[in-house]
Design a protein around this ligand. Structure first.
Ligand SMILES: C[S@@+](CC[C@H](N)C(=O)[O-])C[C@H]1O[C@@H](n2cnc3c(N)ncnc32)[C@H](O)[C@@H]1O
Length: 203
């Protein structure tokens, strides 16, 4: 398919998408807000006053969802891209996988956090197998990081793809957490291999 035909299809899809329309009405920066809302509705992960890390946060709708709905949370986000400020949350512009950025995140809190959420995904290369492999590696790295910073009752949420690293991520979660769930929220597009892992309560 030609590139301009693909982008026309994408624009038409966006126009028809109820989550895109709803996000415009409700002031969310992207339709992704409804994925974390649906995940939270099912697993009840957030409470007021929590410390939360948002990995791969731009443009910021997951952070918006949490801060709009839960009071007094301390939230730190990181992304390659800068974002417009959200409440009094903090943002690091940079690559999460760089050790110095992981240290900055740990130093920001100086104590354990209650939720680590990651919607990190690589820019699509067009090679679906490669994209899902690299995003899977990011998810594994995020889970390993969460093991260092999470409170024992804490939760890790991450985008995963049904691909090569799926079994590895699930096995890592089962080894380290008491509860592991895989959930595809209705807001996640049906044609996409995206799903989410929700890992709770450290062993
Ligand atoms: C699907 S978007 C996130 C959408 C976001 N959850 C929201 O609701 O607005 C994925 C993001 O992951 C970021 N990302 C991918 N790899 C990353 C990395 N290694 N470090 C930091 N951010 C990364 C991308 O820059 C991109 O903005």
């Amino acid at each position: 398919m030609k590139k301009n035909k693909i982008s026309k299809n994408w624009i038409n899809k966006q126009r028809r998408d109820i989550y895109v329309r709803k996000s415009k009405i409700e002031g969310y920066r992207s339709r992704a807000a409804y994925k974390i809302e649906e995940i939270n509705r099912k697993f009840k992960l957030f409470k007021g006053g929590m410390s939360i890390i948002d990995l791969g946060s731009a443009p910021g709708s997951w952070s918006q969802y949490v801060l709009n709905n839960y009071k007094n949370c301390k939230l730190l986000s990181i992304d390659h891209q800068d974002i417009d400020p959200i409440g009094d949350s903090s943002h690091i512009v940079g690559d999460f996988t760089v050790e110095n950025n992981k240290t900055k995140i740990k130093n920001h809190f100086k104590k354990k956090v209650q939720v680590v959420m990651s919607d990190m995904a690589v820019n699509t290369t067009g090679n679906k197998a490669l994209d899902s492999m690299v995003t899977g590696e990011l998810s594994i790295e995020a889970m390993n990081f969460s093991l260092e910073v999470l409170d024992v009752k804490g939760a890790f949420i991450s985008k995963i793809f049904m691909g090569s690293s799926f079994n590895e991520i699930v096995a890592l979660s089962k080894k380290n957490f008491k509860k592991t769930n895989i959930f595809k929220p209705p807001a996640s597009r049906k044609g996409s291999k995206e799903s989410f892992i929700i890992s709770q309560f450290l062993k």
